[in-house]
Design a protein around this ligand. Sequence first.
Ligand code: HEM
Length: 462
Amino acid sequence: MTPDKIPAKPASRPDKVSMWRHMRMFREDIFSSQPAKLYRAWMAEFRTPFFRSFMINQPDLIKKVLKDRPDDFPKSKVVQESLETLLGNSVFVTNGEVWKRQRRIIDPAFEGGRLKETFGPMLVCGQAALERLRTEVGSGQIVEMEAHTAHAAADVIFRTLFSMPITDDVATEVFSQFREYQRTQPLLNLASFIPLPKWMPRFRNRQTTKTSAAIRALIGKITEQRMQEIAAGTAPDDLATKIMTTPDPVTGDVFDTEEMIDQVAIFFLAGHETSASALAWSLYLLAFDPAVQERMFQEVAKVFGKGSPTFPQVNQLKFTKAVFRETMRLYPPVPGMIRSNLKPEKFRDRDLPPGCQVLLSPWHLHRHERLWDNPHGFDPDRWTTANGKKCMREAYIPFSAGPRVCTGSGFAMIEGPLLLAMMVREFRFELVEGRDPVPVAHLTLRAKDGIHLKLTPRGGGV
Ligand code: HEM
């Protein structure tokens, strides 16, 4: 660890600014519009003439919302409205019985035993990512890593879900349309989910709507083709086939094509954006702390040797996993979540009338100065300390918690450490002077101008 330095953190705003200035800053960038005192607050209220929102940072309140009474705190409607052109009625945005049915069908595909089968495709994606990096490093050593990790993570989703490499024409087209979607969706940051007053015109970029339709049409094509393969008995045994052939244990029905398109859209969005973010920030942190990178390299070299990694070996990468976990503490790929209270609630000394926005901020919780030792420092060894263990249980929610916990958490904890280890075995990563990344809260945590690192081949990798 570098004790006298902390890794990239956005500057906080002064304590007092006018409401209008705050609102403007808030919609531009939710992090730098917050005062530093939020890293010490248990709860904060954003009160404007139009809406009331409460950010909760207190472990027992978060437990109440996510684990104890999740049915009383459904996903806020504003999340659904913002994403509906792309996600339709996907499991990410639905509530109540519809959501419960969707999880009953999806969850079995992600159970521990099945995950072992996703390892092979993940490994192939890791090898393809290394090949792309080799080519780029050959022509210049400074590489923007977010683009590479996004490519690799999208490849993982296509291959595990539909047994399709990203070089397949349709997969390439979906991936490039997703990139276009993000480019033309400038307001897809967390703050855009806070409701606008009813009289204010809604911003819905025409291009974004068009791109969403294009993505859904392409996904529809793959899904329909898979339906036919299942009917003909020729479908490969991958995640899509598993999900499309699993009947709901309560009603006995399966997803129809339209419902499956909704789910596939969220798997692509939730599955590749998040993993890409976690991987890119991990590489940044390793470059930030060369001693940690060297320790991780030693572990990877010992566990993988020079051969092709195997599934049981990933479990032995204890330090690599600690690095990945620590990255998701400092740079949670999903930096904020929004719920809404159905009933009147009393949180600390405040009364919440029904319908408030309840904000959970992994970004602030994971750096809470009253909970964590060395809250803004990079320390992968913290997980073995008493404070680290306690905070892991009570104040660490990169995958959320409770019944709505991320379906892909087990998947991501194999994919992330595997790809990270493969990259570190082959390259040394260094910071580039004057190009420190600036975290910004989009739907996933991104770096404002990407993550630029200097790569040097170590030689002797696979
Ligand atoms: C490092 C990687 C990942 C992180 C940090 C992550 C994090 C999260 C978080 C925080 C949520 C809850 C969001 C909320 O309640 O508003 C979520 C939900 C979800 N994630 Fe992930 N995720 C990751 C990877 C994946 C992957 C690989 C998949 C699928 C292949 C996936 C599929 C989903 C789905 C379907 C949901 C919605 C669950 C529901 O609402 O019931 N995620 N994820």
